[in-house]
Ligand binder design. Structure first.
Ligand code: X2X
Length: 336
């Protein structure tokens, strides 16, 4: 009797051990993105998938679902879907995840980051680590940074040189209510809608303008839907984050976790470098197609900074005083 019980216990232990040692991997992991392969964002995801497949000798397969299709086009639901395990992985924008991770609104604070050095100083420093910790705490494991880019303002009505030019314009904005506040502070009439709805709304004239990186403006041919005026104001940039649902992350062996992470870091670096390098050519192409591009003088730039100060007052406590300060210091140091 005793022998038999010992045997059963031993068999059960063996079974348990085996199932831990060979955690059943899925045949395919879902990867959500908003923008598909024609855009740097989609290319970042493609690269990640390719590197993981190659480095795992085909053991880990990921399949990309773009255009936010796994969340029926509502990109602001991507984070929740990942957290609950409906989506395994994603390459997502900080804007789209900010409703669930308030710290991500940091990047949307107007005119916080004047240039690429400033973005890198935040993402690659302590502030970046604090943000990754905030993401992880909410159920998703962040692995690496990518970049959507500096978001520039376009519209169908007039050249924008100063805040009063924005007054009364209906502007499509995305994601966080912070954008509502920024554009309201400028006297515009902001409307929140998904990317899927943005182009139709521009086409019908339901909205007058939008803000997106030059790569998005270019590839999506936003000039063809009447957006003839483009102001380069660099008011914010949205990084991308490569991430895995915590529910899925724990199933990978430590070696495979490292493989997934390193592949994401490599894909992110590749995409950031590529999209920055392509920016000048992209802008030249946009100008060639007849878009009126406005650059701001220092004075005009300062007027926008001034006009959006209220956004800091309202949002700093929500993002976290310490985090905002840490980021501002990182930016200041990057300018020395
Ligand atoms: O919806 C947008 O504007 C886009 C594509 O840039 C994002 O997903 C943040």
């Amino acid at each position: 009797m005793l022998k038999r019980r010992t045997f059963i216990a031993a068999a059960a232990a063996t079974l348990l051990f085996t199932s831990i040692a060979h955690a059943q991997y899925k045949d395919e992991y879902t990867v959500s993105t908003v923008l598909p392969s024609a855009f740097p964002w989609g290319q970042a995801a493609d690269k990640w998938v390719e590197l993981v497949k190659e480095r795992s000798d085909g053991r880990i397969n990921m399949k990309i679902y773009s255009n936010s299709q796994l969340v029926s086009g509502d990109q602001t639901k991507e984070f929740s879907a990942m957290r609950s395990g409906i989506i395994d992985m994603a390459v997502g924008s900080t804007i789209n995840w900010s409703p669930q991770v308030p710290e991500l609104n940091l990047f949307s604070l107007p005119f916080l980051m004047p240039d690429y050095d400033a973005i890198d100083a935040i993402t690659q420093g302590e502030a970046g680590e604090a943000i990754f910790a905030a993401i992880e705490k909410r159920g998703v494991t962040p692995l690496a940074w990518g970049e959507n880019g500096f978001r520039e303002l376009s519209n169908s009505k007039r050249a924008i040189h100063e805040p009063s030019d924005v007054e009364g314009l209906k502007i499509r904005v995305v994601g966080s209510p912070l954008f509502q506040d920024t554009f309201t502070a400028l006297g515009a009439n902001p409307t929140q809608m998904s990317w899927a709805d943005a182009k139709p709304a521009l086409t019908t004239g339901a909205v007058d303008g939008q803000e997106n990186p030059l790569s998005v403006f270019d590839v999506a041919r936003i000039d063809q839907v009447g957006q003839q005026h483009l102001t380069l104001w660099r008011y914010m940039a949205d990084p991308l984050v490569f991430a895995v649902s915590n529910q899925v992350w724990g199933q990978f062996s430590p070696e495979d976790q490292e493989l997934l992470k390193q592949a994401a870091v490599d894909a992110g670096e590749w995409e950031i470098e590529k999209s920055r390098a392509e920016l000048d050519a992209t802008l030249a192409g946009i100008k060639e197609r007849g878009v009126q591009v406005t650059e701001l003088t220092q004075e005009q730039h300062d007027a926008f900074v001034e006009a959006t100060q209220s956004v800091y007052e309202k949002w700093t406590p929500r993002i976290g005083e310490d985090l905002v300060k840490m980021a501002q210091e990182a930016v200041a140091n990057s300018r020395q």
